[in-house]
Design a protein around this ligand. Sequence first.
Ligand SMILES: [Zn+2]
Length: 355
Amino acid sequence: MEKQASPTMSSHHTFCSIIPPYILDHLAQSDEASVRRVAIEAIAQSAAARAVRATMTMMPGFAAVPSPGGKLHRLIYDVEQGGFSQLPGTLVRSEGDPKSSDPAVNEAYGYAGTTYNFYKRLFGRNSLDDRGMTLISSVHLGQNLNNAFWTGEQMCYGDGDGRIFIRFTKSLDVVGHELTHGVVSHTCNLEYKNESGALNEHLADVFGSLVKQWRRRQTTKKADWLIGADIMGPETLAKSLRTFTEDKAYENDPLLGTDPQPKHLKHKYNGTADNGGVHINSGIPNHAFYLVAMELGGKAWEKAGRIWYKTMLKLTTTSQFADMVETTAESATTLYGSGSLEYKAVAMAWKAVGF
Ligand SMILES: [Zn+2]
C-alpha cells in the first residue's frame, strides 16, 4: 500500500464528532420541527468546526500545549453557548483548582483526569503525546447542541437538547473516546477515511470503553460494552450510540432509526458517507475486540487492552483491516508467546468476524 499524505489534513488533526453523521441526518428528517431544528444546528456546528479545523491546520504549533510540570495538567473553559469561532472561551477551572458549581466543568475535569491516569498507570503514557501535553476542554458549546468533538487540539462538549441527548460530559466513554483520538494522532495517526478511519474510530471506542471499565473495576462479564449510554436522553429508546456485542444499539427507533454497524466483514459498508463509513465499519473490529476480551475473561484492560495498545503503537497512517489482524496477532505473540491462549483468542476472534 502506497503511503500518501492528504494535502488538506496536517498530521495531527483528526476531527471527530461523537454523534455520527448518519444519526444527525436521521434526526434532521424527523416529523417534529423541534427535533429537526436541533439536528440542523448540530450539523451546522459540525460544518463550522471543519472550517475552523481547516484554518488551524495552517497554524502548526497551536496544538500540543505543553504542561508546565510535564504531568497531568487540565484546563477547562466555558464557551457560554458560543460556537466554534468562540473557542476555547473563558478559563473556569485550572489544574488543582477547587470544584466548580457547574457540573459540566467538574465532569470534563474529572473524566479528563481519569483518562490521563488510565494511560499513565497502565501503559506508562504521559498524556496524549507522551510528553505531558495539556488537556484542554470547553463546555457549553452551542445552544442545546447534540454533539461533542475532538478538534485536534481540544475537547468541546455540547449540552444536548435534554430530550434525545443530555450533556455530553456525563459519559466517561465519550471523553475517553475523544481523547484517544489525540493518542492515535500522536502514534499511528491513522488517516480518517475508509478502513484506516474505521480503525481510528475503533481504537477510540476500545480505549473509551476500557477507561470506563477500568474506572468501575468491571470484569468483561460485568461491563456494558456500550458507547454513550450515559448521554441518551429521556425521549429515545436507544440504550447507547454503539455496542461491541452482536446486538444493535437501537433498532427502528422513531428518532434514531436503526444502528447501521456491521459485526462481520461480509456486511461491510462500501459507500462514501461518513468518510467511507468510519463510524459504521468500526463495528467489525469492535466486535473482534469484544470476542478477544470475553474469551480471555478477567479484566479487559489487562490482556486484550495491552495487545491493542501495543498494536496502536505499531500501525501506520495507511493501515487497513488486514494490517490490524496481522499486527494484533504479532503483538499477542510478542507479549504472550506464539502458542499462547492470548494469541489463539486473537486469531479466533478475527476469524469469527470474517477474516
Ligand atoms: Zn471518534
